[in-house]
Design a protein around this ligand. Structure first.
Ligand code: DGL
Length: 261
């Protein structure tokens, strides 16, 4: 049986609107939960900032969500996870807190020693967490890390299929297209441009992202803590953004409704 705490919302945050791709997965996996999504678009992108700065922005986001009374938190940002998840776990050992990391594992475990391109922010690619992940799978696959500065900004302005974005992605991906079998979307903004990436890379290339795995991990953690909602019917989704404008909330709602495949 659920208690009052079970009815509290799940908090989800990102440097901006990208984490809405993870929120969509959470809503698929746990549609009965209530959610508060916080996008720190005022400070986006995080991925080109120094690690200390990302860490303090991340801690502030978590504090904000806890003040809203959330029962658990999803760090829906690879960059913030890389920079701060260990610190956050130390600060809040009793709160279900799940981060996201590039989905290298399912991509690397495909048959035939695949060549994988991991697209992520410069901060994620240069971080220790990513290096550890690479080392774990380097026997199974050839893994190429591709920092993609500038890509987040397209999504932040609501541009997910423009001609300028297409040129940007073509230039970015061109040097790798001959050799790769798979692409890992290692930043939560990128699933919003997945269709364009697939079009450029061709149907032969498999695309992976960590959103669904993260959502299932959150369900597991909530269940373990006895915090799954017993509420029947669909939960609510509330959007908050540090830019605090109606346009930003509207963009958040549009992205939440967007079909990503
Ligand atoms: N969406 C974030 C991620 O998953 C970061 C984007 C940014 O650079 O702010 O890495």
């Amino acid at each position: 049986m659920g208690n009052a705490k079970c009815d509290q919302p799940v908090g989800v945050f990102d440097s901006g609107v990208g984490g809405i791709s993870v929120l969509k997965e959470l809503y698929q996996v746990m549609p009965q939960e209530h959610y508060i999504y916080f996008g720190d678009s005022k400070n986006a992108p995080y991925g080109t900032r120094p690690v200390e700065e990302i860490r303090s922005l991340t801690i502030a986001n978590v504090k904000f969500l806890l003040e809203q009374g959330v029962k658990g938190i999803v760090v829906a940002c690879n960059t913030a996870t890389a920079a701060a998840v260990r610190t956050l776990r130390g600060m809040y050992p009793d709160i279900p807190l799940v981060g996201i990391e590039p989905a290298v594992k399912p991509a690397a475990l495909q048959a035939g020693h695949p060549t994988i391109l991991v697209m992520a922010t410069p901060m994620t690619i240069s971080g220790d967490k990513y290096k550890t992940l690479m080392m774990r799978y380097e026997q199974k696959a050839d893994i190429i890390g591709l920092p993609c500065p500038g890509l987040v900004e397209f999504v932040e302005t609501g541009n997910t299929d423009g001609a300028d974005l297409k040129v940007f992605l073509e230039n970015l991906l061109a040097p790798y297209l001959r050799e790769i079998d798979s692409i890992v979307l290692g930043c939560t903004h990128y699933p919003f441009v997945r269709r364009l990436i697939q079009e450029i890379a061709g149907e032969r290339v498999r695309i992976f992202d960590g959103g669904n795995g993260t959502a299932r991990e959150m369900r597991r953690r909530l269940k373990e803590a006895g915090l799954l909602s017993a509420h029947e019917g669909l939960g609510t989704v509330t959007f908050e953004n540090s830019l605090a404008s109606e346009e930003e909330i509207e963009l958040s709602r549009t992205l939440f409704q967007k079909n990503l495949f």
